[in-house]
Design a protein around this ligand. Structure first.
Ligand code: GTP
Ligand code: MG
Length: 193
């Protein structure tokens, strides 16, 4: 995919702020600090359009990035960060449910996991939540640059098992550092946009 145009349209915290256009949307999901924003930047060849940080909790709103004037990537806040108050967790839950429940143009979700670890309990819950809404899920095992080549297959198999993934959903190893997996991610995403 050749990206010629990418812009932030809005950082939304509630439904009334979502863009009103009817173009396809692909949302991100995953733990805090796992690499959701970095994934978007790598796919669209922009260093820091989606703001990233080495500290968890960087993305706090639903950020709508319009790509090639034809579809949206929607970056979201992560889950599973221990140092978050109950109140903040509830706010996150409400914001995410409102989005996933109401967004008609949402075509698929990219669930980012860390290739160095098995999916967490939170990852399992997120996968189930997305499947409840009948959404196609593309699982990305990111930070591929941090593991030895021999460990890839093991990760891919374990991820399928732990998440109890449906046969039609795919797992793609990826690195935002090296760009490995980028073409595979685009060729899968193309069918939804
Ligand atoms: P929140 O917005 O807090 O939920 O985090 P996020 O999931 O958007 O993570 P972000 O993209 O901000 O990245 C978190 C940290 O991981 C940053 O320091 C990134 O540089 C690093 N990172 C992301 N992807 C990769 C990768 O593929 N390889 C390596 N080595 N580091 C990565
Ligand atoms: Mg982020």
């Amino acid at each position: 995919m050749k990206v010629t145009d990418a812009e932030i349209v809005i950082s939304a915290v509630s439904k009334k702020q979502y863009p009103s256009e009817h173009i396809p949307e692909i949302a991100l999901a995953g733990r805090s600090n796992v690499g959701k924003s970095s994934f978007i930047n790598k796919l669209i060849n922009r260093k820091n359009l989606a703001r990233t940080s080495s500290k968890p909790g960087k993305t706090q709103t639903l950020n709508f990035y319009k790509i090639n004037r034809s579809f949206y990537f929607v970056d979201v806040p992560g889950y599973g960060y221990a140092k978050v108050s109950k109140k903040e967790r509830e706010k996150w839950g409400h914001m995410m449910e409102e989005y996933f429940e109401t967004r008609e143009m949402l075509r698929a979700v990219v669930l980012i996991t860390d290739i160095r670890h098995e999916p967490t309990r939170d990852d399992q819950q997120m996968y189930d939540f997305l499947k409840y809404y009948d959404l196609p899920v593309i699982v990305i095992g990111t930070k591929l640059d941090k593991i030895a080549k021999g460990k890839r297959v093991n990760y891919l198999n374990r991820t399928r098992q732990v998440l109890e993934m449906e046969a039609e959903d795919v797992v793609i190893p990826f690195s935002a550092e090296t760009g490995e997996g980028k073409d595979a991610a685009w060729s899968n995403l193309k069918q939804y946009i």
